[in-house]
Design a protein around this ligand. Structure first.
Ligand SMILES: Nc1nc2c(ncn2[C@@H]2O[C@H](COP(=O)(O)OP(=O)(O)O)[C@@H](O)[C@H]2O)c(=O)[nH]1
Ligand SMILES: Nc1ncnc2c1ncn2[C@@H]1O[C@H](COP(=O)(O)OP(=O)(O)O)[C@@H](O)[C@H]1O
Length: 186
């Protein structure tokens, strides 16, 4: 039987990380799929926990070796990707990988693991709400905030490609909905 995989995607700021962290804390059957990335670590982020932080050269070597289940240049000059070895590491633990990736990456990984995948799109209430959440999170410069919002506009049109669309207006409601979907799937 195919191994299961859960893919959660959303425009930046929609609340995916918040929801995924809670699920992981509550459901020991899941494990976070640690992505590789060439972006700089934020304060508090740890290599091998939040991301595998790689140089662009290292990332290119993995592309050439066909090591990725999917990868994208999510923001200008910044690569993000899911290593096949990471999914295998989690399946070897007898757990289900929880993959938190951008919308294009989610579409491509879904095609690859179709039968065994649950795909969830977290929908923000509006672009204005996204702007507020990203500003309040305090992780973006004016330029990176605008880049994320421009990308979000485009990504919202992909929502119908996914198995489930969950509106994250009220966080508690959104979380309960996602949790029920995940429990039903695993
Ligand atoms: N395609 C792809 N996207 C990823 C991967 N890992 C993270 N991302 C996405 O890259 C985007 C930027 O992530 P990050 O810089 O951590 O900022 P965030 O928007 O605060 O989560 C988010 O949309 C992530 O879901 C990956 O392995 N592959
Ligand atoms: N329903 C919600 N209402 C208001 N703020 C929220 C809600 N869900 C998440 N947030 C906040 O919005 C910001 C972006 O959420 P985050 O989980 O980092 O998003 P993403 O991982 O999708 O970029 C965070 O500061 C988070 O605390």
């Amino acid at each position: 039987m195919d191994h299961k995989i859960i893919i959660i995607t959303a425009p930046s700021g929609a609340g995916k990380t918040t929801i995924v962290r809670r699920l992981l804390a509550e459901l020991p059957q899941l494990a976070f799929s640690i992505s590789a990335s060439t972006r700089a670590p934020r304060e508090n982020e740890v290599h091998g926990r939040d991301y595998y932080f790689l140089s662009t050269d290292e990332f290119h070597q993995h592309i050439e070796a066909n090591d990725f289940a999917e990868y994208e240049m999510v923001y200008v000059g910044k690569y993000y990707g899911t290593l096949k070895s990471e999914l295998q590491r989690i399946w070897d633990l007898g757990k289900v990988p929880m993959v938190d990736i951008d919308v294009k990456g989610a579409v491509s990984i879904k095609e690859k693991y179709q039968q065994a995948a649950l795909t969830i799109f977290i929908q923000p209430p509006s672009l204005e709400a996204l702007r507020e959440r990203l500003s309040e999170r305090g992780t973006e410069t004016q330029a990176s905030l605008e880049e994320r919002l421009a990308k979000a506009r485009y990504e919202l049109s992909f929502a119908p490609e996914f198995d489930e669309i969950v509106l994250n207006d009220d966080l508690e409601k959104a979380y309960a909905t996602v949790k029920a979907l995940v429990l039903n799937f695993i």
